[in-house]
Design a protein around this ligand. Structure first.
Ligand code: AMP
Length: 112
């Protein structure tokens, strides 16, 4: 499948990994928008949050648990933002489900 993040999972494209288990991978964003910017992805291809079925609830919950663990590991465990975009108009550019973990600076609201 021609999916960038599947290629990272397969080791065909390098990534700066910060966490890995049998189902989940986390690596640093190539264009960081904050001092800490990590992407947490399922190894199994799902196009985005809209593709998550109730049967995937365990995996989806695991993504958030890993995101919180990564935030702690990166020293921003008390103040961080999780972002999951769905669809181009919402800002999704890579169509493999991923959770952005952003931290290390003050976040504004509403987001752009
Ligand atoms: P989104 O816009 O929500 O789909 O997020 C996709 C993210 O993937 C962006 O923040 C990109 O900077 C990031 N990205 C694209 N290519 C790579 C790569 N090869 N390694 C790490 N992050 C990437």
């Amino acid at each position: 499948m021609d999916c960038l993040f599947c290629k990272i999972v397969a080791g065909e494209i390098p990534a700066d990994k910060v966490y890995e288990d049998d189902e989940v991978l986390a690596f640093r964003d190539i264009a960081p928008q904050a001092p800490v910017h990590v992407l947490v992805i399922p190894k199994r291809h799902l196009a985005g949050p809209a593709a998550v079925e109730k049967e995937d609830a365990g995996l989806a919950g695991r993504l958030m648990a890993v995101a919180a663990e990564v935030a702690r590991q990166e020293g921003v465990g008390e103040h961080f933002r999780l972002v999951v975009n769905n669809g181009a108009e919402a800002g999704q550019t890579v169509f493999h489900l991923h959770m952005h973990v952003l931290g290390g600076r003050r976040m504004e609201w509403p987001p752009g």
